[in-house]
Every structure is written in C-alpha cells, then in structure tokens.
Design a binder for this molecule. Sequence first.
Ligand SMILES: [Cu+2]
Length: 124
Amino acid sequence: MIRSTVHLACSLRSLAAGLILVTVLACDNGTTAPIDDDVTEIRLTSSDTFEPADVVISPGTTVRWVNDIPRPHTVTPDGHAEWEEWVTNQGGDTFEHTFETEGEFEYFCVPHLAQGMTGVIRVQ
Ligand SMILES: [Cu+2]
C-alpha cells in the first residue's frame, strides 16, 4: 500500500514535469536538430523513452544522452562493450560517447526495460 502510494506520487510528479517539458518543447518549433554536425543528442524522457530511439550516424560522431528530469535511468549496452553503462537520476545529467567504428549498438534502460525503453545507434 505504501509502495503504491509512493509510486502514484512519483507518477504525478513525472506527469507534471512532462507537461512543463511539453510546454517548453512546443516553443522550440518541435525540431531536434543536432547541436553541431559531430554531436547527436538523445533525450531520456519523463515518459521512459529514448528520444529519438533509433539513430543513424557516421563514424566519428559523438552521441550525447541527456536526462530530461530527475528520474532514474541507465544507458546500458545490450551485448556489446562499446561503452560502460551510464547510470543517472538527475535532470540535466549528460553522458557522451564517440562512435569510431561501424556497427549497430543496441542499448536499454534497466529500470524501464519492461516498458520498452530501448534504443539503437547505427553507425554507417
Ligand atoms: Cu529509464
């Protein structure tokens, strides 16, 4: 009972943060253009998704994951050792990795794998 109450409070907080985020993004033309040619940004969202989840980049590109809100997520390699697992629970936290070799690098978020929080970086 206590657990479900905490979960509800947590969900409501996430919802509120999500609404604020949507409002902010709505003022941004809805574009998610990379900051520059060599950096691609992926957001860890309040809806427990990687956004965008499927990314195509060329070798030498840096991917920057950004945690949108104070919420626990991970960026965990799925069956490869391209990077070390990143664990975050702070809004604004960032993690970067530069991909030098071609390949498909799948990853997931440990706490939200059951909700389908997965992503893939296609380097080609
Ligand atoms: Cu997550």
